[in-house]
Write a protein that binds this ligand. Structure first.
Ligand SMILES: Nc1ncnc2c1ncn2[C@@H]1O[C@H](COP(=O)(O)OP(=O)(O)OP(=O)(O)O)[C@@H](O)[C@H]1O
Length: 387
């Protein structure tokens, strides 16, 4: 857990970088710090591992005032990932990854085994990449090594400064997603600095939107997009914040429509009669285990007649998302397959379909829910300030 209590930093030349910051990052939470260049994000982050000392205020990590912790020991408990990655050019990828475990006195074999495990975890086969040098990697691969290295000593806290900044947008999105699924297992307490609002929204459990040297709003991405606390925040998150909400609103059971169903082994004429009766133009087709197979049109079933079965006429449906996926993913599947709906699965089971109308309703629901929850961030600040 990381806690800032009225922390300010004035640099020797008189520049006030941050002023009276109070916030808390819960254990296992990922908080993004976002704001324009020069607003104090990096200063905030570097005070946590004491690369920069605050002018006033306190910072606690796991309840301990870090001013009284030896900086070298402190840094071993805190993983640090930066944009330029900072790999040692003359050391192999494996040795780079094993740097911190080796520093804290692990035996060489154990440190290297751990490094190999971590490389695997970030999607780099240690047999292929372990013996390479940083210059022999792509930008995205270097970034992965940076993340692996930061995680190698299993620090409870991770600081990430524009960790995906140096790669193109496609690789960037993939690295973000990979990091999120990694984070779902390792559950580190993470502070992530970015100037990219999309990244802040996508990655953060909560996000801190910086104005000049102070936090304008500290809340969940959905709340920041749904109810910006100040005109500044509204302007910063952008006029298309409704669209950005698609990334943070998830597909829920209640959003789904239940279309007519047909079974793969059903005779075509029986299925056709049933669907005509229900005035349905198509049905979702499931296999005997209730798993999605695809869809079938009522007209085609009617024309086929006996002895055809649904299986003969059904088409595969590739557009599906799991329950709990962001609406954006559902929308993008709809567009990619040019489909008027997307199937939603609960595990392997078919749960229903999402249509454009239901997607719009889901978006409305989340906007309304947040409009009622305005100000949650401020309440939290007050309680920190009073402590
Ligand atoms: N060593 C320093 N001496 C004086 N001023 C500094 C120093 N380091 C940073 N600053 C100033 O402090 C302010 C905050 O800088 P900081 O690097 O924290 O911003 P940032 O939000 O991380 O910006 P960026 O996104 O451009 O990295 C800026 O005005 C910067 O010029």
């Amino acid at each position: 857990m990381i806690r800032f209590e009225r922390v300010s930093k004035v640099y020797p030349d008189g520049t006030s970088a941050v002023d009276g910051l109070s916030f808390e990052v819960a254990e296992g939470e990922l908080v993004t710090l976002v704001g324009p260049s020069g607003c104090g994000k990096t200063t905030t982050m570097m005070m946590v591992n004491r690369l920069i000392e605050p002018t006033s205020g306190r910072i606690l990590v796991d309840g301990e005032d870090i001013a009284s912790v030896d900086p070298v020991k402190l840094r071993r408990r805190i993983g640090y990932v930066i944009q330029q990655v900072g790999l040692f050019p003359h050391r192999t990828v494996l040795d780079n990854t094993a740097t911190v475990p080796a520093l804290v006195g692990w035996k060489r074999a154990k440190a290297r085994a751990r490094a190999a495990e971590l490389l695997d975890l970030v999607g780099l086969d240690p047999r292929t990449f372990g013996s390479r040098y940083p210059a022999q990697l792509s930008g995205g691969q270097r970034q992965r090594v940076g993340v692996a290295r930061a995680l190698a000593a299993d620090p409870p806290v991770l600081l990430m400064d524009e960790p995906f900044g140096a790669v193109d947008p496609v690789v960037r999105e993939r690295l973000q997603n990979e990091f999120l699924s990694l984070q779902a297992t390792v559950r580190k307490t993470v502070l992530l600095v970015t100037h990219d609002i999309e990244e802040a929204v996508r990655m953060g459990d909560r996000m801190a939107v910086y104005g000049q040297g102070r936090i304008e709003q500290f809340d969940t991405p959905a709340a920041v997009l749904g109810a910006p606390a100040t005109p500044y925040v509204a302007q910063f998150v952008g006029a298309d914040r409704g669209l950005k909400r698609l990334s943070v609103t998830t597909v829920e059971e209640a959003d789904l429509e239940q279309p007519p169903l047909a079974r793969l082994d059903e005779p075509a004429d029986a299925a056709a009669a049933r669907l005509r009766e229900a005035e349905a133009r198509w049905a979702v087709v499931l296999n005997a285990s209730g798993e999605l197979h695809g869809w079938v049109s009522t007209d085609e079933l009617s024309l086929a007649g006996t002895p055809a079965t649904v299986a003969d006429l059904a088409r595969r449906m590739e557009a599906w998302v799991p329950l709990g996926a962001p609406l954006k993913q559902a929308f993008s599947e709809m567009l990619q397959y040019d489909a008027g709906w997307v199937a939603v699965l609960d595990g392997t089971h078919f749960a229903g379909v999402l249509t454009p109308a239901k997607l719009h309703e889901a978006l409305r629901r989340s906007v309304d829910a947040d409009a009622q929850g305005v100000g949650r961030g401020e309440v939290e600040f007050d309680s920190v300030a009073d402590a």
